[in-house]
Write a protein that binds this ligand. Structure first.
Ligand SMILES: *Cc1c(COP(=O)(O)O)cnc(C)c1O
Length: 386
């Protein structure tokens, strides 16, 4: 695929790890375990059911939760919807207030907007200039009728990590439920639910080299917590998410997460070096501004603006050579600047010039330096055109 661009858009999606592809293939064909795990009445179904419990146990071991606390979903969008709608709809009689932030993924923001239409009240916390939510701001927004606080772990546009541990401590003390959208964090950062009091955790496999269309919602202490399901039917996933389990997808996600957990620290060191090289090489020829608190930023994402260069024009110039993003995949394609950066107070050229590059364990230093050379050349061409 030498004529496809150098892909620096891993925050949007990643290629499936070979190990995960191998795992998936075992669940598809007539010679494989293609059975329905709900058909436990016969030996074949039981084999599939056992395989799925194995996956649940593996994922639970990595995340520090119980196997029965994992609900398989179609991805982080569905997990976010299930946590927010599930709690809101089951507990509306106890309170109708939710807290989130202005820098969430649309899967949370649009769900909150929908809940507002149903009469719920939502507080959208503003981030500081560094792109993170202060624990004190969360504390100050709490009300006796607050049902849930929902915040992302790592912002998908800026890569800025939120002070999740501190906020979790505040909420545990206040006795308020905490949902964390960890789509950009799972497999990249150590997440141990036995150490951090998080009640709901959303994951998406395709962000950590698993297949698309699969993820999970972890629900801590699920037995003590009432949630209204969105999908009703055969009662799979403890009644919270009906539908035949996507066995090959689950096997792929499990293999990908296992691999990521195994190579997490090694990958992080590698990707940190890639990001450092990217910034250093770009800085040598262009005046760039990094958006978001660099001290709190994930090594997997860099959001930057090049002085005098608009992001849409740059991304267009690079269309065939380097795949970059001007924000989230869902909001690019429109010329609206990023609502995340806007909320952080980024304005003018920095706002309209913001570009995101995102990396993976499979990138090499050569990939990065070639990509930066393309970017530098594109910037020169654009400056000459001016
Ligand atoms: C990608 C992403 C999602 C959506 O995940 P899907 O599995 O694609 O639905 C949600 N939140 C964040 C932070 C993401 O990066």
């Amino acid at each position: 695929m030498s004529d496809t661009p150098l892909y620096l858009d891993m925050a949007s999606t990643t290629p499936v790890a070979p190990e995960a592809i191998t795992a998936m293939l075992r669940y598809l064909g007539a010679d494989g375990c293609y059975y329905n795990p709900s058909s436990a009445g016969h030996r074949s179904g039981q084999v599939a059911a056992d395989a799925m419990s194995g996956c649940r146990t593996t994922i639970a071991g990595i995340l520090g939760c119980e196997p029965q606390e994992i609900i398989f979903t179609s991805g982080a969008t569905e997990s976010n919807n299930l946590a927010l709608r599930g709690i809101a709809h089951a507990h509306a009689s106890h309170g109708r207030h939710l807290i989130t932030s202005q820098i969430e993924h649309k899967a949370v923001l649009e769900t909150c907007h929908a809940l507002e239409q149903e009469g719920f009240e939502v507080t959208y916390l503003k981030p500081n200039a560094g792109g993170w939510i202060e624990p004190e701001a969360v504390k100050a927004a709490l009300r006796p009728e607050t049902l849930l606080v929902s915040l992302l772990h790592t912002n998908n546009e800026t890569g800025v990590c939120q002070p999740i541990d501190e906020i979790a401590a505040v909420l545990a003390e206040a006795g308020v439920l905490f949902h964390v959208d960890a789509a950009q964090a799972a497999g990249k950062f150590p997440l141990n639910l036995n150490e951090t009091p998080i009640d709901f955790l959303s994951l998406s496999a395709h962000k950590f080299h698993g297949p698309k269309g699969i993820g999970c919602l972890v629900i801590r202490n699920r037995r003590q917590l009432r949630l209204q399901p969105m999908l009703t039917g055969g009662g799979q996933e403890f009644g919270l998410r009906s539908g035949t389990l996507a066995t090959h997808q689950i096997a792929g996600m499990t293999a990908a997460l296992q691999l990521a957990a195994h190579s997490q620290s090694q990958d992080y060191v590698h990707v940190s070096a890639l990001k450092k090289q990217f910034i250093k090489q770009l800085e040598q020829s262009s005046a760039i501004k990094i958006n978001g608190d660099t001290e709190r930023s994930s090594a997997y994402i860099v959001n930057f603006s090049i002085n005098g260069i608009s992001s849409d024009a740059l991304i267009n110039q690079l269309a065939t050579t380097v795949a970059l993003s001007s924000g989230s995949a869902c909001s690019s394609g429109t010329i609206d600047p990023s609502y995340v950066l806007r909320a952080m107070g980024v304005e003018g050229d920095a706002l309209y010039g913001a570009v995101r590059a995102s990396f993976s364990r499979y990138h090499t230093m050569t990939d990065i330096s070639q990509a930066v050379e393309h970017i530098i050349a594109a910037v020169r061409r654009m400056q000459e055109l001016d």
